[in-house]
Design a protein around this ligand. Structure first.
Ligand SMILES: NC(=O)c1ccc[n+]([C@@H]2O[C@H](COP(=O)([O-])OP(=O)(O)OC[C@H]3O[C@@H](n4cnc5c(N)ncnc54)[C@H](OP(=O)(O)O)[C@@H]3O)[C@@H](O)[C@H]2O)c1
Length: 235
């Protein structure tokens, strides 16, 4: 039996990933920072709800204690993420960027991911098939963002892609440090969720595909990579 935690799984890509992994037979801990939203989502899927705010040490430590007491963890999906926007939903470009916006974005997308990973490492290291999936973004790719021929070139935001580039670096370095684990970064693709005011062009079913695949990667599978549903991406 595989036990899996997905952060930020009360909606969007995390929820769809939870739905798919429950169907694959995983025991899924559906992470939510809000108890009611989490409980409703978990009941809908037959998952277990665990309260987890990735920006809060006490919350993350309590979640790790709960899951340890229940028997441990095999797969961690670091999915919780934010993209700070202007009050009218606009992307915050370089001219409007402040240190506070940068800090807020990194607090969830990078420090949160590290906080959760650090708290769950002892459990994962006891697993027979320890796996981490870090939900990154295509906008993390320096190669793409700097290539005028790529759609990502036109995206003017700074904090979000910088945070996801940091997620990619964190992924590469953790993968080298823990060679017995499978640790990969994934790009779901531009998906209609609350994150982007539902402007994404893919469905959550399409977006969750690579997350689900990398959550199920076997011991012979890749580690330290950056993938979308089509294959490896340029860093
Ligand atoms: N949608 C896309 O096009 C796209 C593309 C590439 C990558 N991604 C990445 O995919 C991941 C999921 O995003 P999504 O598109 O599914 O967005 P979403 O529908 O807005 O879901 C984000 C989830 O993260 C949770 N979250 C935010 N801050 C949190 C915190 N401090 N602690 C715990 N949970 C927190 C949210 O909880 P609340 O409901 O409580 O806010 C929500 O469950 C993110 O990492 C995002 O960057 C998305």
């Amino acid at each position: 039996m595989t036990t899996t935690l997905i952060t930020g799984a009360n909606k969007g890509l995390g929820f769809e990933t939870a739905r798919r992994l429950v169907a694959e037979g995983h025991t899924v801990y559906l992470g939510s920072r809000d108890a009611d939203r989490g409980r409703r989502a978990a009941e809908q899927l037959g998952a277990r709800m665990v309260l987890i705010d990735v920006t809060d040490d006490a919350s993350v430590d309590a979640a790790a204690k709960t899951i340890a007491a229940d028997g441990g963890l095999d797969v961690l999906v670091n999915n919780a993420g934010i993209e700070s926007r202007t009050p009218d939903g606009g992307i915050i470009g370089a001219g409007q960027l402040t240190a506070d916006i940068m800090r807020q974005t990194f607090e969830t997308n990078v420090f949160g991911l590290v906080r959760v990973t650090h708290a769950f490492l002892p459990l994962l290291l006891r697993s027979e098939r320890p796996t981490i999936v870090n939900v990154s973004s295509g906008l993390a790719s320096l190669a793409r963002v700097t290539d005028p021929g790529e759609p990502a070139y036109a995206y003017p935001g700074v904090a979000y892609p910088a945070s996801k580039a940091a997620v990619n670096m964190v992924t590469a370095q953790y993968a080298k440090a823990f060679p017995t684990m499978r640790i990969n970064a994934v790009e779901p693709g531009f998906t209609a969720t609350d994150l982007n005011g539902r402007t994404g062009t893919q469905t959550v079913e399409q977006g969750a595909e690579i997350i689900v695949r990398m959550a199920q990667v076997g011991p012979e599978g890749p580690t330290g990579g950056y993938f979308d549903a089509e294959g490896p991406l340029p860093w």
